[in-house]
Design a binder for this molecule. Structure first.
Ligand code: SAH
Length: 210
Protein backbone atom coordinates (compact mmCIF):
# COMPACT_ATOMS: atom_id res chain seq x y z
CA UNK A 1 0.00 0.00 0.00
CA UNK A 2 2.69 2.49 1.04
CA UNK A 3 4.99 1.98 -1.94
CA UNK A 4 2.50 1.37 -4.77
CA UNK A 5 -0.33 3.75 -3.76
CA UNK A 6 1.32 6.47 -1.67
CA UNK A 7 5.03 6.90 -2.41
CA UNK A 8 4.45 6.17 -6.12
CA UNK A 9 2.05 9.13 -6.29
CA UNK A 10 4.51 11.56 -4.80
CA UNK A 11 4.08 11.55 -1.01
CA UNK A 12 7.64 11.90 0.30
CA UNK A 13 7.57 12.78 4.00
CA UNK A 14 9.35 9.77 5.56
CA UNK A 15 7.47 10.16 8.85
CA UNK A 16 4.13 9.99 7.05
CA UNK A 17 5.21 6.92 5.04
CA UNK A 18 6.46 5.21 8.20
CA UNK A 19 3.25 5.93 10.15
CA UNK A 20 1.09 4.64 7.32
CA UNK A 21 3.21 1.49 7.18
CA UNK A 22 2.91 0.91 10.92
CA UNK A 23 -0.77 1.46 11.74
CA UNK A 24 -2.91 -1.68 11.21
CA UNK A 25 -5.55 -0.20 8.88
CA UNK A 26 -7.59 -3.44 8.81
CA UNK A 27 -8.49 -2.93 12.48
CA UNK A 28 -10.32 0.29 11.52
CA UNK A 29 -12.52 -1.42 8.90
CA UNK A 30 -15.63 -3.54 9.72
CA UNK A 31 -14.77 -7.27 9.95
CA UNK A 32 -16.60 -8.26 6.76
CA UNK A 33 -14.61 -5.72 4.70
CA UNK A 34 -11.13 -6.36 6.14
CA UNK A 35 -9.89 -7.92 2.92
CA UNK A 36 -10.39 -4.49 1.30
CA UNK A 37 -8.65 -2.48 4.03
CA UNK A 38 -5.42 -1.90 2.09
CA UNK A 39 -7.03 -1.36 -1.32
CA UNK A 40 -6.82 1.89 -3.26
CA UNK A 41 -10.31 3.24 -2.42
CA UNK A 42 -12.46 4.37 0.52
CA UNK A 43 -14.26 1.61 2.49
CA UNK A 44 -17.67 1.88 4.25
CA UNK A 45 -17.41 1.99 8.07
CA UNK A 46 -21.13 2.03 8.96
CA UNK A 47 -23.57 4.91 9.60
CA UNK A 48 -23.25 5.83 5.89
CA UNK A 49 -19.63 6.99 6.37
CA UNK A 50 -16.31 5.84 4.90
CA UNK A 51 -12.65 5.50 5.88
CA UNK A 52 -10.74 7.62 3.38
CA UNK A 53 -8.57 6.15 0.61
CA UNK A 54 -5.00 5.52 1.92
CA UNK A 55 -3.43 7.96 -0.57
CA UNK A 56 -5.79 10.76 0.48
CA UNK A 57 -4.97 10.19 4.17
CA UNK A 58 -1.24 10.34 3.39
CA UNK A 59 -1.53 13.37 1.11
CA UNK A 60 -3.59 15.37 3.61
CA UNK A 61 -1.29 14.46 6.47
CA UNK A 62 1.82 15.45 4.50
CA UNK A 63 0.29 18.88 3.80
CA UNK A 64 0.28 19.58 7.57
CA UNK A 65 4.11 19.21 7.75
CA UNK A 66 4.01 17.78 11.27
CA UNK A 67 7.28 17.51 13.21
CA UNK A 68 6.08 15.80 16.39
CA UNK A 69 5.51 18.84 18.60
CA UNK A 70 2.10 19.95 17.37
CA UNK A 71 -1.29 20.12 18.97
CA UNK A 72 -3.74 18.99 16.30
CA UNK A 73 -7.51 19.32 15.87
CA UNK A 74 -9.29 16.80 13.63
CA UNK A 75 -12.92 17.13 12.58
CA UNK A 76 -14.61 13.89 11.42
CA UNK A 77 -13.07 11.05 13.48
CA UNK A 78 -14.97 8.36 11.57
CA UNK A 79 -13.10 5.08 12.07
CA UNK A 80 -10.26 6.82 13.89
CA UNK A 81 -7.69 5.74 11.28
CA UNK A 82 -6.65 9.26 10.27
CA UNK A 83 -6.65 10.12 13.99
CA UNK A 84 -4.11 7.32 14.59
CA UNK A 85 -1.87 8.59 11.79
CA UNK A 86 -1.96 12.10 13.31
CA UNK A 87 -1.32 10.73 16.80
CA UNK A 88 1.85 8.98 15.53
CA UNK A 89 3.14 12.23 14.05
CA UNK A 90 2.12 14.98 16.49
CA UNK A 91 2.18 15.59 20.24
CA UNK A 92 -1.56 15.58 20.90
CA UNK A 93 -4.71 15.08 18.86
CA UNK A 94 -8.20 16.36 19.65
CA UNK A 95 -10.80 14.80 17.36
CA UNK A 96 -14.50 15.65 17.02
CA UNK A 97 -17.10 13.29 15.51
CA UNK A 98 -20.78 14.24 15.19
CA UNK A 99 -22.06 10.61 15.22
CA UNK A 100 -21.67 9.39 18.78
CA UNK A 101 -21.63 5.68 17.84
CA UNK A 102 -18.62 6.28 15.59
CA UNK A 103 -16.92 8.41 18.26
CA UNK A 104 -17.41 5.64 20.85
CA UNK A 105 -16.04 2.93 18.56
CA UNK A 106 -13.03 5.00 17.49
CA UNK A 107 -12.22 5.89 21.12
CA UNK A 108 -12.29 2.21 22.16
CA UNK A 109 -10.22 1.14 19.16
CA UNK A 110 -7.51 3.77 19.69
CA UNK A 111 -7.34 2.97 23.42
CA UNK A 112 -6.93 -0.75 22.67
CA UNK A 113 -4.07 0.09 20.28
CA UNK A 114 -2.35 2.00 23.08
CA UNK A 115 -2.76 5.59 21.84
CA UNK A 116 -2.60 7.86 24.88
CA UNK A 117 -2.28 11.25 23.20
CA UNK A 118 -5.78 11.33 21.67
CA UNK A 119 -9.05 12.76 22.92
CA UNK A 120 -12.31 12.17 21.06
CA UNK A 121 -15.47 14.16 21.58
CA UNK A 122 -18.93 13.45 20.17
CA UNK A 123 -20.14 16.88 18.99
CA UNK A 124 -20.68 19.07 15.94
CA UNK A 125 -17.19 20.00 14.76
CA UNK A 126 -18.43 23.34 13.40
CA UNK A 127 -17.53 24.87 16.78
CA UNK A 128 -14.09 23.22 16.91
CA UNK A 129 -12.67 22.63 20.41
CA UNK A 130 -12.45 26.16 21.88
CA UNK A 131 -11.08 25.12 25.29
CA UNK A 132 -7.95 23.64 23.69
CA UNK A 133 -7.39 26.29 20.98
CA UNK A 134 -5.19 27.46 19.36
CA UNK A 135 -4.09 24.46 17.26
CA UNK A 136 -0.88 24.19 15.24
CA UNK A 137 -2.69 22.06 12.69
CA UNK A 138 -6.34 21.39 11.82
CA UNK A 139 -7.45 18.54 9.57
CA UNK A 140 -11.06 18.18 8.42
CA UNK A 141 -12.37 15.00 6.73
CA UNK A 142 -15.94 16.05 5.86
CA UNK A 143 -16.71 18.78 3.30
CA UNK A 144 -18.56 22.00 4.19
CA UNK A 145 -19.66 24.50 1.51
CA UNK A 146 -17.49 27.05 3.23
CA UNK A 147 -14.96 26.91 6.03
CA UNK A 148 -16.56 27.23 9.47
CA UNK A 149 -15.29 30.55 10.92
CA UNK A 150 -14.66 29.05 14.40
CA UNK A 151 -12.12 26.65 12.85
CA UNK A 152 -10.26 29.54 11.21
CA UNK A 153 -10.11 31.41 14.48
CA UNK A 154 -8.83 28.33 16.36
CA UNK A 155 -5.83 27.99 14.03
CA UNK A 156 -2.59 29.27 15.60
CA UNK A 157 -0.55 31.92 13.79
CA UNK A 158 1.96 29.90 11.76
CA UNK A 159 -0.45 26.95 11.71
CA UNK A 160 -2.02 25.09 8.79
CA UNK A 161 -5.45 23.71 8.06
CA UNK A 162 -6.29 21.07 5.46
CA UNK A 163 -9.98 20.94 4.55
CA UNK A 164 -12.15 19.75 1.65
CA UNK A 165 -14.57 22.50 0.56
CA UNK A 166 -17.57 22.28 -1.77
CA UNK A 167 -20.64 20.27 -2.64
CA UNK A 168 -20.60 17.73 -5.45
CA UNK A 169 -17.30 19.19 -6.68
CA UNK A 170 -14.86 19.68 -3.86
CA UNK A 171 -11.35 21.07 -3.61
CA UNK A 172 -8.90 20.17 -0.90
CA UNK A 173 -7.64 23.47 0.49
CA UNK A 174 -4.57 24.30 2.53
CA UNK A 175 -5.01 27.38 4.70
CA UNK A 176 -2.07 29.00 6.46
CA UNK A 177 -2.48 31.60 9.17
CA UNK A 178 0.13 34.35 9.03
CA UNK A 179 0.53 37.33 11.37
CA UNK A 180 -1.43 39.35 8.78
CA UNK A 181 -4.29 36.97 8.01
CA UNK A 182 -4.83 33.76 6.07
CA UNK A 183 -3.54 32.37 2.76
CA UNK A 184 -5.46 29.72 0.84
CA UNK A 185 -4.43 27.23 -1.89
CA UNK A 186 -6.41 24.48 -3.65
CA UNK A 187 -4.25 21.37 -3.86
CA UNK A 188 -6.41 18.42 -5.02
CA UNK A 189 -9.94 17.71 -6.32
CA UNK A 190 -11.56 15.36 -3.78
CA UNK A 191 -14.84 13.71 -2.82
CA UNK A 192 -15.68 13.59 0.90
CA UNK A 193 -18.93 13.02 2.77
CA UNK A 194 -20.78 16.26 3.60
CA UNK A 195 -20.01 18.25 6.74
CA UNK A 196 -23.40 18.03 8.44
CA UNK A 197 -24.92 20.04 11.31
CA UNK A 198 -24.54 23.77 11.80
CA UNK A 199 -22.38 24.20 8.66
CA UNK A 200 -25.41 23.32 6.50
CA UNK A 201 -26.99 26.62 7.59
CA UNK A 202 -24.07 28.68 6.25
CA UNK A 203 -24.84 30.39 2.93
CA UNK A 204 -22.87 28.83 0.02
CA UNK A 205 -19.85 30.77 -1.15
CA UNK A 206 -19.62 32.68 2.10
CA UNK A 207 -21.62 35.63 0.80
CA UNK A 208 -24.68 37.19 2.39
CA UNK A 209 -27.94 35.40 1.58
CA UNK A 210 -29.57 36.82 -1.60
N1 SAH B 1 -11.09 10.39 8.84
C1 SAH B 1 -12.07 9.33 8.83
C2 SAH B 1 -13.02 9.48 7.67
C3 SAH B 1 -14.28 9.93 8.17
S1 SAH B 1 -15.59 10.25 7.06
C4 SAH B 1 -11.42 7.99 8.81
O1 SAH B 1 -10.21 7.90 8.64
O2 SAH B 1 -12.12 6.99 9.02
C5 SAH B 1 -16.07 11.84 7.72
C6 SAH B 1 -16.62 11.83 9.11
O3 SAH B 1 -17.02 13.17 9.39
C7 SAH B 1 -17.87 10.97 9.31
O4 SAH B 1 -17.63 10.05 10.34
C8 SAH B 1 -18.96 11.97 9.68
O5 SAH B 1 -19.87 11.47 10.62
C9 SAH B 1 -18.13 13.12 10.25
N2 SAH B 1 -18.79 14.43 10.26
C10 SAH B 1 -19.62 14.99 9.33
N3 SAH B 1 -20.02 16.21 9.73
C11 SAH B 1 -19.41 16.45 10.93
C12 SAH B 1 -19.44 17.54 11.86
N4 SAH B 1 -20.18 18.63 11.65
N5 SAH B 1 -18.71 17.45 12.98
C13 SAH B 1 -17.95 16.33 13.24
N6 SAH B 1 -17.91 15.27 12.42
C14 SAH B 1 -18.63 15.32 11.27
Amino acid sequence: MVSSQIAARGVKDPRVLRAMGTIPRHLFVPEGLRSEAYEDHPVPIGSGQTISQPYVVAFMTEQLQLTGKEKVLEIGTGSGYQTAVLAELAARVYSVEIRSELADRARARLASLGFKNVEIRAADGYRGWPEEAPFDAILVTAAPERIPPPLLSQLAVGGRMVIPVGGFYQELKVIERTPNGYTERSVLPVRFVPFVGEAEKDPPGGGPER
